[in-house]
Ligand binder design. Structure first.
Ligand code: UDX
Length: 456
């Protein structure tokens, strides 16, 4: 079957590569000539583990190609997957300009029955909008069906998520379109992946509801972390104790600087705005957003307290992407934290394994370093913001040797507090007591250590 995937951003590239790997004949289309030129030359615009190999393999085997010719791609395909950007507008609603443009192109090039699939996260009602644009543009004879097939890909494990998803959601009112979709996804059906088939609106809402619920778990544990600090409890143990209840589950209960990225902030704002536009309110989702903003501000006070004063200090920041295994810095808490540090007169030396190029234009005041130890040189504190695996085994002695003051502020709780204190560094983390290093003259003496409660 011939499929075109319109939009060669994150979702489009992963979808195109994986559908080609299922044996479909896929053409990836984008109006951005530079992007298509680069893809044709084998250059991948994003960092995603496994993507480059999958693209290469399927291109070499003749199942995947790239083009800027949107009309030809539409005319040549049975299914058109829409994976264009749906950026947020200032009021939290979604900008559907690109979706409208694609719907217009499909209308102009409707030369036979087509299944039009939305892969991008789109507000409830977008399926209807696409239908009406295509119907109006193509005239009464145009044959097509609209399908909502939301993606649940996580950056950094997108290929794995596509090929081994928890579920596939297909929303359509057209039985023929459903058969085509089930055929496209037959490798996953044969592998026993659960399928949820429903109407377009329910499918559209499943995506928003899922992301909002996951964001709720994060804001919830971040609030609990704040309470733990006030009460002297340990949020890691609290999260473990909660997560062992199968009804709660242990995932998405990691406290930190708040959620970021291209999905959670955008989708929670969008669904809150959709609810308001429909005359209702999503009080929980609105609170989740408020807690997320508060969490980031709380991290800044934590830094201020830990450093004593930020003005004139030097901070070594580890991790700039919004999460590990990606170079994506969209709505990254790390970028917000670095900006706030700089605003408060703090010098920032930063290291990230993948996101430094993306950050150079955004953070001109920052000194970008080649590894954590260079970043730590002369610093008054080391701040871990993104939990890249390579930050989980730092050489504390080497850090202490190069830092001006032996302080680690770990916003991802990567270490056992005592382990850091034993190595002679003060350790501030999230939802746990701050631990002071053993006094230099009594190193190794456990009685010399003391745990002090976080200042509120
Ligand atoms: C998310 C959804 O997981 C995915 O299903 C959807 O398709 C797109 O949005 P992604 O944005 O790639 O994926 O990242 P994810 O791993 O879910 O993390 C999102 C944010 O939440 C990150 O900033 C992360 O640091 C934060 N997070 C996640 C926490 O702070 N604590 C957690 O326990 C989990």
């Amino acid at each position: 079957m011939k499929i075109s995937v319109i939009g060669t951003g994150y979702v489009g590239l992963v979808t195109g590569a994986c559908l080609a790997d299922f044996g479909m004949e896929v053409i990836g289309v984008d109006k951005d000539e530079a992007k298509i030129g680069a893809l044709r030359a084998g250059r991948i615009p994003i960092y995603e583990p496994g993507l480059e190999n999958l693209l290469k393999k399927n291109e070499q085997e003749g199942r995947l190609s790239f083009s800027t010719d949107i009309p030809a791609a539409i005319q040549g395909s049975t299914a058109v997957f829409i994976a264009v950007g749906t950026p947020p507008l200032p009021d939290g609603s979604t900008d559907l300009t690109f979706i409208r443009q694609v719907a217009g192109s499909i209308a102009e090039n409707l030369n036979g029955y087509k299944v039009i699939v939305t892969k991008s996260t789109v507000p409830i009602g977008t399926g209807q909008l696409i239908s009406s644009i295509v119907r109006a543009g193509a005239g009464r004879d145009g044959e097509f069906a609209v399908v909502s097939n939301p993606e649940f890909l996580r950056e950094g494990s997108a290929i794995e998520d596509f090929l081994r998803p928890d579920r596939v959601v297909i929303g359509t009112g057209d039985p023929h379109a459903l058969r085509i979709m089930l055929d496209i996804y037959s490798p996953l059906r044969n592998a026993g992946v659960p399928f949820v088939t429903t109407d377009v609106e329910s499918a559209e809402l499943i995506k928003y509801a899922s992301n909002s619920f996951l964001a709720t778990k994060i804001s919830f544990i971040n609030e609990m972390a704040e309470l733990c600090e006030a009460l002297g409890a340990d949020v890691e143990v609290v999260a473990k104790g909660m997560g062992l209840d199968a009804r709660i589950g242990n995932q998405f209960l990691h406290p930190g600087p708040g959620f970021g990225g291209s999905c959670f902030p955008k989708d929670t704002r969008a669904v809150a705005s959709i609810a308001r536009a429909s005359g209702g309110r999503l009080r929980i989702v609105e609170a989740v957003l408020e807690v997320n903003d508060h969490t980031l501000r709380r991290m800044l006070s934590k830094l201020e307290t830990a450093f004593g004063s930020l003005a004139g200090a030097t901070a070594a920041v580890l991790g700039l992407s919004f999460k590990p295994e990606t170079d994506d810095v969209r709505e990254s808490p790390a970028v917000a934290i670095v900006r706030a540090l700089v605003e408060r007169g703090c010098r920032v030396r930063a290291y990230d394994p993948a996101a430094m190029e993306a950050c150079r234009p955004l953070l001109p005041e920052v000194v970008f370093c080649v590894n954590p130890y260079e970043a730590a040189t002369g610093a008054d504190g080391l701040v871990i913001v993104t939990e890249w695996n390579q930050f989980r085994k730092l050489q504390f002695e080497a850090l202490r040797d190069v830092m001006r003051r032996p302080l680690i502020v770990d916003l991802r709780n990567l270490y056992k507090p005592q382990e850091v204190a034993d190595a002679g560094l003060r350790y501030v983390s999230v939802g746990r007591a701050t631990v002071e290093p053993a006094a230099p003259d009594s190193a190794g003496d456990p009685l010399a250590r003391r745990a002090v409660k976080e200042a509120p």
